[in-house]
Design a protein around this ligand. Structure first.
Ligand SMILES: C[S@@+](CC[C@H](N)C(=O)[O-])C[C@H]1O[C@@H](n2cnc3c(N)ncnc32)[C@H](O)[C@@H]1O
Length: 261
């Protein structure tokens, strides 16, 4: 039933989404042509996809502390790493979108809620070696694999904070000098998503970019997305169905675009 609702939402998205060529505003036009459309895969991207293939083929089993949306926390169970790699990580298309966003806008301080095996973290970190990625993960054994993955790819600019976001996010935000990009990819529920947005906003600047995963995954997530779009700080939003991108630049007018990607 849930899948059917998601499919219906996806069809609605396809019907309302503008083609990439109909963007009007100069900022959006630049974003669409330079970031959404520019789909070249460089050596770093290839290395990250090789890592994904290796993870999808490993027989390793780990004890996971389940923090997924709706699950009861500390409900420890065993899971195959390859299943996590196949089901939880953003795919190459969206990983590389994160990579291009970071290459284009050069955010220095990046927050990621939901490290999992670190695949999206690798994209965020490799896009700009001068950036620092502060990534958060609740499950210690999953986080340990991410740290191994960072070593395999020589990533020295990503640090994982292990624990429930509700206990770790604010403390970390207070330690770092503001947030330039936030990728919210964990605990896909309405109230927490809104709370993370409000909390990170306190540490944001005019150029901060927010990227929310799975904005149409449930009616709760759609409510959160409506809240974020309507927020007085929000100006331009771009709905790509599987992710929503939010700009808070005050010089942009408040506009919401749904774009096929
Ligand atoms: C969808 S996965 C992240 C995937 C990763 N961003 C990628 O694309 O490679 C979400 C992760 O968030 C973690 N998570 C969910 N809710 C959490 C919470 N409240 N506190 C800490 N971690 C949480 C889960 O353990 C899971 O590993």
């Amino acid at each position: 039933m849930k899948n059917l609702q998601l499919i219906l939402r996806y069809f609605k998205y396809l019907l309302t989404a503008k083609s990439k060529h109909s963007a009007q505003a100069p900022f959006l036009y630049h974003f669409v042509t330079k970031v959404l459309n520019e789909k070249k895969e460089d050596e770093y991207c290839k290395a990250i996809e090789q890592l994904r293939i290796a993870l999808c083929n490993t027989e390793q089993i780990i004890q996971i502390t389940d923090f997924g949306a709706g699950s009861s926390i500390n409900n420890a169970k065993k899971r195959k790493v390859k299943d996590i790699a196949k089901n939880s990580a953003k795919n190459a298309k969206f990983g590389q979108l994160l990579y291009r966003i970071c290459k284009e806008f050069r955010p220095k301080n990046i927050i990621e809620l939901g490290t999992s095996l670190g695949i999206s973290t690798c994209y965020l970190a490799k896009a700009n070696l001068d950036a620092e990625v502060f990534t958060f993960e609740g499950c210690p054994e999953t986080a340990a694999i991410s740290n191994t993955n960072f070593k395999k790819l020589n990533i020295n600019n990503a640090v994982i904070t292990v624990g429930d976001f509700k206990d770790t996010l604010t403390t970390k935000l207070e330690e770092i000098a503001g947030v330039d990009l936030a990728f919210i990819d964990g605990n896909h529920q309405e109230k927490p998503t809104i709370q993370y947005f409000e909390e990170i906003l306190k540490f944001a600047n005019n150029n901060t970019i927010f990227i929310f995963d799975d904005i149409h995954w449930s009616s709760g997530m759609e409510n959160a997305w409506h809240y974020i779009k309507a927020h007085p700080k929000t100006t331009l939003t771009i709905d790509l169905f599987f992710v929503g991108i939010v700009f808070i630049k005050s010089e942009l007018s408040k506009e919401h675009f749904t774009i096929r990607f």
